[in-house]
Write a protein that binds this ligand. Structure first.
Ligand SMILES: Cc1cc2nc3c(=O)[nH]c(=O)nc-3n(C[C@H](O)[C@H](O)[C@H](O)COP(=O)(O)OP(=O)(O)OC[C@H]3O[C@@H](n4cnc5c(N)ncnc54)[C@H](O)[C@@H]3O)c2cc1C
Length: 374
């Protein structure tokens, strides 16, 4: 079988590891000219760790990562709204960890970096009787039995196989950076303001991953110099947030972005299959980007390896196995952004805070469902 993986991010690299050891001829292409690792850090909930375990990588990850055992939501002044332990079933099925994103990518690319064809992307994809005919920006065209789109939320392959792949824009601007820990044994806290949120999540005993966002309908903060925007939004927040602001790195080490979601979650188009953010890119409210991507990878790899002589069956099984869980995750991640957005009005804040106090941290509620269903 001939497989082309488009994109060497989390999903593409993990799938290459799963397929390379079988009687499958796998090519992996990456449009970047160098292997960079955008993103400060990454939080991996238990389901991501369970999937990394299937890839034989969880022990290596644990050595570079920091395990957390509770999640708190608080107001901007530090008053607790909700807190939950991560040590109780079903959350205790695996560890919740966080680490620098470049560490995760180093582990995922170990032993395969020289196989990744850089500065390479498809310029045309045609489904034919003999397979999927792929024209690349350079080099010979080739026919594959399977093309896997692992090329992220702005997937070019998705645009080639699916009409109308526009993305939902949440009008939320975000920033990510790493800062020194505000205190010893810091556990993750999400501080919620009126239209803002500031998350502090430890990635080692000395460092934390900071994620900040604001509802930014007129793109005022997106266009402002980074530090000026962060100070103007979070200067009245509680001490740990001020500590992170006062110790944040220079602006070039702070990543700014906008939250977007895919609007459709169809995964199979004859010989082309979508995985990772190409399939379910959405806001990081449930921190499920890696978890869902790795679930896609293991599900697709199992199906392909078990049905080497019946690819349509493998893809149909993959579609059925992943469909509902992915649609739920995208929808729930969007809902959490809407819940945070309620803070804009006084009544909305009352409703938001009541829901959080009553149900607990919104991401933990989602993780419980995902781990119970797993
Ligand atoms: C602000 C923010 C915070 C996040 N925090 C978390 C978190 O804490 N935990 C978590 O699990 N997830 C998080 N995520 C989501 C997570 O980053 C993604 O889900 C994950 O990176 C998806 O991996 P992927 O391999 O599908 O896509 P990507 O990581 O986007 O990789 C796609 C790769 O394909 C390449 N590519 C693109 N187009 C082409 C092309 N045409 N041809 C060839 N190559 C191409 C790209 O260069 C890239 O290397 C966050 C996302 C955001 C935006």
């Amino acid at each position: 079988m001939r497989v082309l993986i488009v994109g060497a991010g989390i999903a593409g690299c993990a799938l290459f590891h799963r397929l390379k050891s079988h009687t499958i001829d796998v090519d992996i292409i990456e449009k970047s000219t160098v292997l960079t690792n955008e993103g400060a850090a990454i939080c991996l909930p238990a389901n991501a760790m369970i999937e990394l375990d299937k890839l034989g990588m969880s022990d290596t990850i644990i050595k570079c990562a920091h395990q957390v055992n509770s999640i708190e939501y608080a107001l901007a002044n530090g008053e607790t709204l909700a807190k939950a332990s991560l040590m109780e079933a079903p959350l205790s099925k695996g560890p919740f960890v966080a680490l620098k994103r470049d560490e995760l990518m180093r582990i995922l690319r170990a032993g395969i970096a020289d196989k990744i064809q850089l500065h390479t992307w498809p310029t045309d994809i045609q489904q034919t009787e003999n397979g999927v005919f792929v024209t690349l920006n350079h080099g010979p065209s080739k026919t594959y039995d399977l093309v896997v789109a692992a090329d992220g939320i702005n997937s070019q392959v998705r645009q080639m196989v699916q009409p109308d792949t526009s993305l939902l824009k949440h009008k939320v601007t975000n920033w990510r950076f790493i800062a020194p820990a505000p205190s010893d044994n810091f556990q993750p806290v999400y501080y919620v303001g009126n239209t803002t949120l500031f998350m502090i999540y430890p990635i080692s005993k000395d460092e934390v991953y900071c994620y900040a966002h604001v509802t930014d309908t007129a793109k005022i903060y997106y266009d402002m110099p980074t530090k000026e925007a962060l100070y103007s939004l979070f200067a009245n927040y509680t001490a740990p947030v001020l500590h992170c602001l006062n110790t944040m790195p220079s602006s070039e080490h702070i990543i700014r972005g906008e939250l977007k979601s895919v609007m459709k979650t169809d995964s199979v188009f004859q010989g082309v299959v979508l995985i990772g953010d190409a399939l379910h890119g959405c806001p990081p409210s449930l921190q499920q980007g890696a978890g869902m991507s790795l679930e896609d990878v293991n599900c697709l790899a199992d199906q392909v390896i078990n049905h080497l002589d019946n690819l349509p069956q493998a893809l149909s099984n993959y579609e059925k196995a992943r469909g509902a869980r992915i649609a739920w995750t995208v929808n729930e991640s969007n809902k959490i952004i809407k819940l945070a957005g309620l803070g804009e009005s006084f009544i909305g804040r009352l409703v938001r805070n009541f829901i959080l106090r009553r149900k607990g941290p919104a991401n933990v509620v989602g993780w419980r469902k995902l781990l119970a269903d797993d």
